[in-house]
Design a binder for this molecule. Sequence first.
Ligand code: IPM
Ligand code: MG
Length: 368
Amino acid sequence: MKKQIIMLPGDGVGKEIMEGARAVLNAVAGEHHHEFIFHEHAIGGSAIDRYGTPLPEETVKACSSADSVLLGAVGGPKWDHVEASKRPERGLLGIRKSLGLFANLRPVTGFSSLVHSSPLKTEIVDGCDILIVRELTGGLYFGKPSERREGGRTVIDTLKYTREEMERIVDKGFESAKMRRGKLTSVDKANVLESSRMWREVVDEKARDHPEVEVEHLLVDAAAMKLIINPRQFDVIVTENLFGDILSDEASVLTGSLGMLPSASIRTDGIGLYEPVHGSAPDIAGQDIANPLGMILSAAMMLRHSFGMEDEADEIERAVSDTLEGGYHTADLDIEGGRIVGTREMVEKVIENLSTKSISNAICSSYM
Ligand code: IPM
Ligand code: MG
């Protein structure tokens, strides 16, 4: 298959982890006779520096006509003082919104070699396997007005959702639960927020169409607590934008490191944007120590969700797992008796673990 892939490395560690994903994808393409054509475009702080905007028109255009988009990370202290509407994060929010990517899938899957990296006890996290389905284009992130008033002494943000916006993400939650272990936890704050009460109505209504799915409602504060006490009770969590943002960072460390987690932002057709859950980590950028696995696993999600390349995606995930089993890890992880390697070496090890060694060796040497 021939696919056009847009790469948006962004800021901080974005560039180095994106190079890693490209190398892995090239290895997979060689092995399976695909042709991946990469086009790089600017987003975030680096786009502000070059074009004066975090989301150049040209980037949106390129993404809209591509088969899929990979994104590194955006933001950094350098742009902390630019006006709110021009912050690097606006680039990310803008591309999600303009591509209509309303569903953000964040799988939290443990690798057995990493259970010791978790801040929680092994018996609590071992075997935990959660999918967070986060609404991505509504709620407090996008509601208007969002502004200071009365000489800056009053502030207003707006939490707005339409019923349709709730329905389509809740549908995604049920769909995902049916493909997994059949349990859906809907997270809201229905004891306080009207939007949450409507959310609950939508979930209950949809539940009647899916009697085979076990549905539970949890308030977001309780959900945050239960994620720590007994994460294995969760299968699919469906929730609105801000709650999903917070819970997915919390859930990510259950399995060892935020650096490991991939995500897919999708809509009803195939196009999607794939990015690691972690941020741009400007403090470690350019030092060859960032964990590339969240980005590489995001590339695997792209192959599966946008291109229907199940085997290729499995292969990458297996190679990541084998690399960790082999004891190789970046500094953010902890594997007993393992060896800390840099970003590039980690990528090289993953490529070596892909099945066809001869091709991967050739690509590996050109990458290094
Ligand atoms: C994420 C990030 C973004 C978000 C930021 C960078 C705007 O935290 O993808 O989770 O809040 O959605
Ligand atoms: Mg976040």
